[in-house]
Design a protein around this ligand. Sequence first.
Ligand code: TRP
Length: 371
Amino acid sequence: MNDINDPTLFDYTSRQLRNLCDEAGFPSSDSAPVDMLRELLGPGGDRRLSEGPLWPSDVADDATPVEFSVALDDTGENAVRILGEVIAEQPGMAANMAAARRFLDSTAERLGIPTERFDAVQDLFLPEDPQGKFSFWYSLIFRPNATPKLKVYFNPDVRGEHRGRELVAEGFRRLGMEDAYDAASEHSVQRGEKDRFTFFAVDLDDSPTSRVKLYISHYSATAEEAVRASQAVDGLDAESIRDFCRVLGGDTVTFGGRPLVSSYSFVEADPKRPGNYSLYLPIRDYVAHDAEARERVRAFLGARGSDPAGLDRAIAAVTDRPLDEGRGLLAHVSLRLGQFGTGTTIYLSSEGYEVLPPRVDASAASAAVGA
Ligand code: TRP
């Protein structure tokens, strides 16, 4: 059954994924990405979009439980990624967590993915009655002709907001990185409730470059807070962070909408200092619509000497709607800096359930009211 006007969630998102993989040069015979998406979505993938989301996933603004991302630097890793939440057939916090666990069991076994790191921290981050917006999410990482990789995002607030710091510190300890907590928090959590741990993430991979990452949201921050956070990593260029905030934020000085987010990457060989810093800017909160977001991303890529054409290819893979008719297709943009590689990544919403309307600025709104 294939009603093209009312596709299922799987039909809709798998088409977007296939297009993104085609753009990234994956062989068309490579069915691994789409197969894995099917498994991630589970029975919820068979629901028609018109039936609405099964669960209010926080992965994306319209509750689609997946979000795409692509790296856009010329030396780019050429990866297509999905951030996704596993939703149980009878959804609920604990049921979703159990379903997500089963996804890991079957996927790890099938693909030979090592789960030691997950096992080392699961009793911390997977309580019986998970709190907050989610228990854990996955990143599925696809490269041409390669076995997919998995990354897990744990929720520091899963035992209540007041226990986030303790969970993160203990998580690092369990992974043999006891110094990482101080190294990361020293520069980034200085402003009380305005700097909050968002994700504790582990690559499920046993290569030497396998990372443990800590994400920190900076509420009502300026570029200078990001610069300060970046100083946990030696030798980063503060100007590139300022440029990133200025070009993508437009005239934003204080990012008072969705927060700027920092992340630090640690590897086992050097757990005392993060090797990389990334900054995520939720561009959708700082533009009127996606045409404006696209212009800013193009300008940023151009100034860095990257080819902006990749941006348009990625956009076209996901949607054909006019960009000025909605906001949030381009959800975040991130800048990666450090010894494990530098580059720009864009996060693309599926918009399976909803396209957020363009922002009407204050003067236009009052003109409309007056009319
Ligand atoms: N939708 C959530 C948010 O925007 C979570 C999220 C999805 C996110 N992708 C992200 C957070 C990328 C930071 C960076 O906060």
